[in-house]
Design a protein around this ligand. Structure first.
Ligand code: ADP
Length: 292
């Protein structure tokens, strides 16, 4: 089992030619509500990539909460650890420009009420191969989950914030994008950031968008994985698809190079389609892409 302890948000997505600057109004082309949140996205990505996945977190007692649970269940994610709390579910207000670039405002709602994994969640996490964490829950809750014994801890440090030492001490693998890597390490160059990350945690992947990803381990391994060239339609959940798929590949025992290839193939497939969770590829699609 792979456990994910994280956020579930309803994504409110507007598609525009070019995002408005402050004070400006522009006409958009389309609007969708799509289940998202980094936690739920990574859970759905991992389930679609072929793993048994348990999701722990919280939704509100509103219509979005019901939809969010249904989306997880649809993807095959176990929602037995997903709690319903009074008040609104988390939402993410997303603007996607032509070409796929996006900007996002997250309003935590129910996610902001989570204080840590409850007893039942802690037991499942303890029995898991991997625990996927992100930073859309309160930091204290993330730290409490990371401290649980058992699972390998894989952290996507997004949104980018300074990371407490008590969290870093528990992390086995960190997966920042280029921007997050720079915020954490102060190094603008991704290669330098990777080396600085390895002073903090045993393994790191810095994702570089259309330039792929670089990997390093304290055992001395350094890898560069180019992206799959695709026409980018919407990169909203590329990083979450990458993280979910990478966790699955590692849980199946793939070595670093093959796990990177698997995650890169999955992320490229997600970039070609719109939306967060609906864009995530199935195991069959990933295997087919890798066989090419
Ligand atoms: P995030 O979505 O967290 O900002 P990135 O943009 O770095 O993360 O993307 C994560 C991964 O998704 C990359 O390492 C790459 O494999 C894949 N990816 C992202 N953008 C593209 C793209 N335009 N074409 C192909 N693959 C992409």
């Amino acid at each position: 089992v792979i456990s994910v302890f994280g956020s579930a948000n309803m994504d409110l997505v507007a598609y525009v030619t070019s995002a408005p600057s402050l004070g400006e109004t522009v006409m958009g082309r389309a609007f969708h509500t799509v289940p998202g949140g980094k936690g739920a996205n990574q859970a759905i990505a991992a389930a679609r990539a072929g793993a048994r996945v348990a999701f722990a977190g919280a939704v509100g007692d509103d219509a979005f909460g019901t939809e969010l649970r249904a989306a997880l269940v649809d993807a095959g994610v176990d929602t037995g650890l997903l709690r319903v709390v009074p008040g609104p579910s988390g939402v993410a207000h997303i603007v996607v420009e032509d070409g796929g670039a996006n900007s996002i405002i997250v309003i935590p709602g129910a996610n902001g009420t989570v204080t840590g994994p409850d007893e039942e969640a802690a037991a499942v996490i303890g029995r898991s191969r991997a625990l996927l964490l992100q930073l859309e829950l309160p930091m204290a809750a993330v730290v409490a989950a990371a401290r649980l014994p058992g699972a390998e801890v894989i952290l996507t440090p997004a949104p980018a914030v300074p990371l407490p030492g008590e969290l870093l001490a528990e992390v086995d693998l960190i997966i920042p994008n280029e921007h997050e890597a720079a915020v954490i390490t102060g190094a603008a160059d991704p290669g330098e950031a990777l080396e600085a990350l390895l002073d903090l945690v045993p393994e790191a992947v810095v994702t570089l968008g259309a330039d792929g990803a670089i990997y390093g381990s304290r055992d001395g391994t350094r890898l560069r994985q180019p992206a799959v060239p695709v026409e980018a339609v919407d990169t909203t959940a590329a990083g979450d698809t990458f993280a979910g798929a990478l966790a699955v590949a590692r849980a199946e025992g793939l070595d670093a190079r093959h796990a990177l290839r698997f995650a890169t193939a999955a992320a490229a497939l997600s970039v070609r389609r719109r939306g967060a969770s609906p864009s995530m590829p199935s195991r069959r699609e990933i295997d087919r892409a890798l066989a090419r």
